[in-house]
Write a protein that binds this ligand. Structure first.
Ligand code: URA
Length: 202
């Protein structure tokens, strides 16, 4: 898809925040331009930075296994991050960095137009639901504007705390079932409840 390639090229040369200075590569995102599922992580780690590809390290292996458990491959979905350059020493992205990068994520969502967007972990969750915690809202489809969101634990959380893995596996199974439905039942979300960003399309 030319628009997606153009976006990836713009991300690769982006200097809108300071993260590009310490990064080796930009990590714009990858996958099918026709994906029904779009996963949004936090930001690239060391291996992602080295390869310029999202979720290729240990968390990526967990994601691959979870995808396989519902009969999907990476190529079937689209994988992106809140910030497209690696934060130094894997620190949390700063709000200003997330803000500077938001335009790329919003464009990716518009271009891919997935059936379900899956915020992985608290940083991605906070874009839409800043008042919620992932432990409370994971695995529940919710609607914001035209988007259907299905928040899930970050796969890295299952590496740090194996007790989270069954919840991730369960949520993936539920998501797989939802995907087969024509209309996905989802809780409506009001701006008052969520406090999330209310963009015209989202
Ligand atoms: N963690 C993320 O949030 N994103 C990646 O791309 C890799 C690990």
């Amino acid at each position: 898809m030319p628009d997606l390639e153009d976006l990836h090229a713009r991300v690769a040369s982006c200097t809108d925040c300071a993260l590009y200075k310490s990064a080796i590569n930009a990590v714009p995102g990858e996958g099918s331009p026709n994906a029904e599922l779009m996963f949004i992580g936090e930001g690239p780690g060391a291996q992602e930075d080295a390869q310029g590809r999202p979720f290729v390290g240990p968390a990526g292996q967990v994601l691959n296994q979870l995808l396989a458990s519902i009969g999907l491959k990476r190529e079937d979905v689209y994988i992106a991050n809140m910030v497209k350059h690696r934060p130094p020493d894997n620190r949390d992205p700063f709000p200003g960095e997330i803000q500077a990068c938001a335009k790329y994520l919003e464009e990716q969502i518009k271009l891919i137009n997935p059936k379900v967007v899956i915020p992985l972990g608290r940083h991605a969750l906070a874009k839409w639901f800043p008042k919620d915690t992932i432990s409370k809202v994971h695995g529940r489809p919710r609607r914001v504007g035209e988007l259907t969101l299905f928040p899930q634990y970050h796969p890295a959380a299952a590496l740090h705390n194996p007790a989270i893995r069954p919840a991730l596996e369960h949520d993936f199974q539920e998501m797989g079932k939802l995907l087969r439905q024509e209309d996905i039942p989802a809780e409506p979300e009001t701006p008052e409840e969520s406090g999330g960003q209310q963009l015209s399309m989202f």
